[in-house]
Every structure is written in structure tokens, then in C-alpha cells.
Design a protein around this ligand. Structure first.
Ligand SMILES: NC(=O)c1ccc[n+]([C@@H]2O[C@H](COP(=O)([O-])OP(=O)(O)OC[C@H]3O[C@@H](n4cnc5c(N)ncnc54)[C@H](OP(=O)(O)O)[C@@H]3O)[C@@H](O)[C@H]2O)c1
Length: 243
């Protein structure tokens, strides 16, 4: 299986690479930090058929599309590259907002604009979106990140319906907190925090089963769903308290 993983230089992406590095799998690892990708390439090359790296900033859409075009088709793409803005709660600048949307949302479309016609032609493939439980619940301090992930959910849903007739599986994953460089920056208590290996093991299981939607940990997901049902006066009081 030929698998493209974006944001593979650290955190969940690097762990996805480790967990898919076996047998006849061919990995294509994409990110900006070349030394990190090379280290991973050295580690994983003995474990699977091939490990290729692509060093690119996903905000450079034109270069990104050229590099994606050059790899031909894949059997699966894990759209994982993403950033958060931290949790200061201040109003972010328009540049910060745009930067985050370029990485978390638009770069994924840039990749799929090139890849989807190839998957459609081969009439198979999996497209995995790494969204977040934060897409279901927007705190004042995470509004930009949450809105980018909610946009991703909507985009994934449309892609899912459009490509289902071509035997292309679109999978949306909503993780809670998992240990990574992104969460290492958080200076607040993270409920139900999972280790990187365990978090990715759960996602891989859902992907391998072909589940279209996977939100976890279940208890955290159910709490958020319950919160979504509350009258707004009550949810406002809870958010004020948490803030
Ligand atoms: N960890 C969690 O608790 C959690 C929960 C829900 C969702 N997620 C999502 O999971 C994904 C992975 O996050 P993570 O937690 O593993 O964080 P991470 O360790 O910070 O990894 C982020 C990855 O994205 C890449 N990236 C960032 N900006 C990029 C750019 N401009 N061009 C190319 N690559 C770029 C980074 O590589 P370079 O810096 O080398 O470019 C890195 O490989 C994100 O989409 C995040 O929103 C994480």
C-alpha cells in the first residue's frame, strides 16, 4: 500500500509512519523539517518496502501541488499537518487566522485537487482527515483552530458523498488530546490525554476498519455532545467557569 502522510516530522504524523511501516507498504512522508524526516526515513526504511520524503511548506500551494503530482497516485492519504494558535484567548491577527486556515484547511484541498482525479481513475483509495474534537466545541481561546477543524469536517463530508460511487473511502477522525509537540505547548489540564502511540493505535484501527467517522476518547466525545445539547445560558456559565 502506498501511503502519503502529511505533517510526518513529529507527533501523530511520525507515529502514523511508524505504525504503517511494515511489509510491502511504501511511505511518503511530508513536512518542512528535513532532518526530522530524514531521521524517520533512516529508522523506518528497514521495516517496509520504501520510505520517501517530501520537504515542502504546505502553504506554498503551487510547489505542494507539483510535488504531489510527481508521486503519481497513492492508496491512502492521511491529511494530518496542522497547527494551533495557542490558547491566549486574544483576538488573533488576520495574518495568524489566514496562516492557520492555509495549513489546516486549504493545503488539504491543494493536495486533493491533484490526487482525487487519480484516485477516481483507479477507483479505490482512502482519504483520511485528521480533524479534532475541538471542531464540535469552540472555546473563546480556540475559536480559530475550532473553526478550521469544523470547516474540515464539512469539506470531508462533501468529498465523502461525491467520491463514494468511485469506491473511495473518506474518513474523518476527531481526536481529543494526544501527547505531541502541539499539546506540549498547552499550559492547562488536558482531560483524557492519551500517549502518542496509544492515540495513533486507536486511529489506525478505525482507518483499517474503514470507519467513516471516529471521535475519541468516547467519554470526552459524549461529554461534548451532552454540552452541545444544553441551553445556551447554561453553556455560557460553564464556559465562563472553565475560562
Ligand atoms: N495532539 C492532539 O491532541 C491533537 C488533537 C486533535 C487533532 N490534532 C491534529 O493532529 C494533527 C497533528 O498534530 P500533532 O498533535 O501531531 O502536532 P505536531 O507534533 O505539532 O505536528 C504537526 C505536523 O504538521 C507539520 N506542519 C505544520 N505546519 C506545516 C507547514 N506549513 N508545512 C508542512 N507541514 C507543516 C509539522 O511539520 P514541520 O514543522 O516539520 O513542517 C508537523 O509534522 C494536526 O492537524 C492537529 O490539529 C492533534
Amino acid at each position: 500500500m502506498k501511503i502519503l502522510i502529511t505533517g510526518a516530522s513529529s507527533g501523530l504524523g511520525a507515529e502514523f509512519a511508524r505504525q504503517y511501516a511494515f511489509g510491502e507498504n511504501e511511505l511518503i512522508l511530508l513536512a518542512r523539517r528535513e532532518h526530522k524526516l530524514q531521521e524517520l526515513q533512516r529508522e523506518l526504511t528497514p521495516k517496509c518496502k520504501n520510505v520517501e520524503i517530501i520537504v515542502v511548506d504546505v502553504r506554498d500551494f503551487k510547489l505542494l501541488q507539483e510535488k504531489i503530482d510527481a508521486i503519481g497516485s497513492v492508496n491512502m492519504v492521511i491529511l494530518n499537518a496542522g497547527i494551533s494558535l495557542g490558547h491566549s484567548g486574544e483576538i488573533p491577527t488576520i495574518e495568524e487566522f489566514q496562516n492557520l486556515f492555509d495549513i489546516n484547511v486549504l493545503a488539504n484541498h491543494a493536495i486533493l485537487e491533484v490526487l482525487m482525479p487519480k484516485l477516481r481513475e483507479q477507483r479505490s483509495g482512502k482519504v483520511v482527515f485528521i480533524s479534532s474534537l475541538a471542531s464540535l466545541f469552540s472555546m473563546p481561546s480556540s475559536k480559530v483552530y475550532s473553526s478550521s477543524k469544523r470547516a474540515l469536517n464539512a469539506y470531508a463530508e462533501g468529498i465523502r458523498y461525491k467520491y463514494a460511487p468511485y469506491n473511495i473511502k473518506v474518513i474523518t477522525i476527531l481526536p481529543g488530546f494526544i501527547k505531541s509537540e502541539l499539546t506540549d505547548k498547552n499550559d492547562f489540564a488536558m482531560p483524557f490525554l492519551l500517549g502518542t502511540e496509544e492515540g495513533v493505535r486507536r486511529m489506525k484501527k478505525a482507518i483499517d476498519k474503514g470507519r467513516e467517522f471516529y471521535a475519541f476518547p468516547l467519554r470526552f466525545y459524549l461529554i461534548i455532545r451532552f454540552f452541545n445539547l444544553l441551553p445556551s445560558a447554561l453553556s455560557q456559565r460553564i464556559v465562563n467557569y472553565l475560562n
